[in-house]
Design a protein around this ligand. Structure first.
Ligand SMILES: N[C@@H](CCC(=O)N[C@@H](CS)C(=O)NCC(=O)O)C(=O)O
Length: 323
């Protein structure tokens, strides 16, 4: 069978490209240069200072695919807060315009609109939910991590683990800033870029940071030395998705994490910390990204690979802590 006439091909390409631009601009707000602009989180409250959390009072609303929600799950696991902070799981449902609760109680957007009538922002996860007062405490993962690290110690199985110690805060903040801009959000800047220029700039910055981190991890176990911190947790949830999702779907393909000797060992090391692998749902992650980001994967086909068995291999990094 021959190709259709050139005029049909041209019309098809033009129509598809215009549709793609419209869908992308709705899914991923952009600046004048075509670079993705992540909307700001709008619920930024703290816990009341005078009443320590009760078991089960605060809940986390999360989706397995989301790297920002995943950070909160990792801190919850590392601190041993699984029984004190229950989860409410959401699934992506693009036809409903976003997340819906797995327990059948409807769209996440309805909950946002119930607590904030007229709310027009994104209905995002994670959410730290106060079930005593039926309100959203916070929907910014970076802030939720600090709250979980500090304010639940009386309920934690591992209360002495401080992932944001005073003495390392400025170093952690510096890493967080660099890693958020070029890696955590950087992979989205690659995948959601709407111009070649925006994609190229994001991809170069992403790999410049990964190359830099590879050098650092050659002589120390974690980003800030021998102690695990929030900076590592925040890097981890991007790294664990990298080879399976970002490399192909978001075109972050100069190198894979498994091509980096130290970064890949570090990823295994974090994956094998107590409780962490239970937070990683790699099939759900692939399903969420490849199955729901329609403009990036219109066929909805989920790739089979890569095999991730090597996450179980010995990281051989503990000796770096002893220095
Ligand atoms: N700044 C937020 C970003 C969270 C975020 O973008 N979550 C995504 C899932 S990975 C989401 O819920 N998106 C739904 C939407 O944008 O409508 C955070 O770090 O907590």
């Amino acid at each position: 069978m021959g190709l259709p006439p050139k005029s049909i091909i041209r019309a098809g390409r033009w129509t598809w490209h215009r549709l793609w631009q419209v869908m992308m601009s709705q899914m991923a707000p952009r600046d004048a240069q075509g670079a993705y602009q992540r909307p700001k989180s709008e619920f930024l409250n703290s816990l009341p200072p005078d009443s320590p959390p009760q078991p089960g009072q605060y809940r986390l609303i999360v989706g397995w695919g989301c790297p920002w929600a995943h950070r909160t799950l990792v801190v919850r696991a590392l601190k041993g807060l699984e029984t004190s902070i229950p989860l409410d799981l959401v699934h992506p449902a693009p036809a409903e315009g976003g997340w819906v609760f797995a327990n059948g109680t409807g769209p996440l957007r309805s909950l946002y609109q119930r607590v904030a009538p007229g709310y027009q922002g994104r209905a995002t996860v994670p959410v730290l939910w106060d079930s005593a007062q039926n309100k959203i405490i916070n929907n910014e993962s970076a802030e939720i991590l600090v709250i979980l690290n500090e304010q639940f110690n009386h309920l934690a199985a591992v209360p002495d683990l401080d992932l944001y110690p005073e003495g390392l805060r400025s170093e952690i903040d510096t890493w967080n800033q660099k890693i958020y801009t070029t890696v955590n959000n950087g992979v989205y800047q690659c995948g959601f870029a709407q111009t070649q220029h925006a994609y190229t700039a994001a991809c170069q910055s992403l790999f410049a940071t990964l190359d830099h981190i590879e050098g650092v991890l050659g002589h120390q176990r974690f980003l800030c030395g021998s102690d695990l911190t929030l900076a590592d947790v925040r890097l981890f949830t991007t790294l664990i998705r990298f080879d399976a999702v970002y490399y192909a779907l978001f075109k972050c393909n100069l190198r894979r994490i498994r091509d980096y000797l130290h970064l890949s060992g570090y990823l295994r090391d974090l994956y094998q910390l107590p409780g962490v692998k239970e937070t990683c749902h790699l099939d759900a992650i692939k399903q969420d990204y490849y199955g729901n980001l329609f403009p990036l994967n219109p066929s909805g086909i989920i790739p089979l690979g890569p095999h991730l068995d090597d996450l179980e291999a010995n990281p051989q990094r503990e000796h770096l802590s002893a220095r």
